[in-house]
Design a protein around this ligand. Structure first.
Ligand SMILES: NC(=O)c1ccc[n+]([C@@H]2O[C@H](COP(=O)([O-])OP(=O)(O)OC[C@H]3O[C@@H](n4cnc5c(N)ncnc54)[C@H](OP(=O)(O)O)[C@@H]3O)[C@@H](O)[C@H]2O)c1
Length: 236
């Protein structure tokens, strides 16, 4: 049983579709009931309405779902802006959305995975964890925290054959990317910085996630993997 959150469109949808194609029963979640239901119908998944930044909504969702063997933590991105642009309230909201959603979802699904001695968790983050993007101070910061959360938790559950990893999309053709392109005057320059010379497709990230949750990836945990056309310049 798989759960992909933030999956009514974009990367989450592509990941969910790939997992359906791989033969899993897949629940997909997002805030907009109409949109998530329509996407579920289109890709052969099961819809659930949930705002992952809301603790009580998460609790309600998990109370209605069967035990989850494969969890893909994903949601919309936190707000873009420089340090002076982001209010305390926006930081708190971004913390709930990007960080606490991962904490709460992992905490909920792990006991079942550990008990059955098998499980897979993949958190979708961003290349900003390796190479901070100037206009994305919340994403740079909170996704780095998610990465350390993944590393820490992966060590705690490794003996139970539960793997916990991070998948890092580069610049992928989605609605979110369109928003960032419109807001970023340096976008054309960033595009030039992709060695492959073009944006990625959501499926490029989905193929990576498909491998990470597979039985073949049994010895891979606590790691981060990019699907970015070579965009990230760092080796770590
Ligand atoms: N696209 C890229 O190039 C790129 C690169 C690096 C990182 N990322 C990150 O990867 C993630 C997915 O990106 P994307 O481009 O696929 O985004 P997207 O096209 O904006 O899709 C976001 C999805 O998340 C859902 N969502 C948003 N807020 C949610 C919430 N609070 N609770 C539950 N679902 C929520 C949305 O549906 P509803 O509106 O129905 O909730 C939608 O299905 C984002 O965090 C983004 O920052 C993207």
């Amino acid at each position: 049983m798989a759960l992909v959150t933030g999956a009514s469109q974009g990367i989450g949808e592509a990941v969910a579709k790939q997992l359906v194609d791989d033969g899993y029963t897949v629940y997909i979640a997002s805030r907009n009931t109409q949109h998530i239901t329509q996407t579920a119908d289109e890709i052969g998944a099961l819809p659930v309405t949930c705002d992952v930044s809301d603790a009580s909504a998460l609790e309600k969702m998990f109370s209605e779902l069967p035990p989850i063997d494969i969890l893909i933590c994903n949601a919309g991105g936190p707000p873009s802006g420089l340090l002076q642009d982001i209010s305390d309230e926006q930081w708190q909201q971004a913390f709930e959305l990007t960080f606490m959603s991962s904490v709460r979802m992992m905490r909920t699904v792990l006991p079942h995975m550990q008990q059955q001695q098998w499980g897979r968790i993949v958190c979708l983050t961003s290349t900003s964890i390796k190479q901070p993007i100037d206009s994305l101070v919340t994403s740079n910061t909170l996704r780095a925290a998610v990465t350390n959360l993944v590393k820490t938790v992966s060590k705690q559950v490794a003996k139970d054959n539960v793997t916990v990893n991070v998948a890092i999309p580069g610049m992928i053709k989605t609605e979110r990317q369109k928003e960032l392109m419109d807001a970023d005057p340096n976008f054309a320059k960033r595009l030039e910085g992709i060695p492959m010379g073009h944006l990625g497709e959501p499926e490029d990230v989905a193929h990576l996630v498909s491998f990470l949750v597979s039985k073949k990836a049994r010895y891979i945990t606590g790691s981060q993997f990019t699907a970015d056309g070579g965009y990230t310049h760092t080796i770590f």
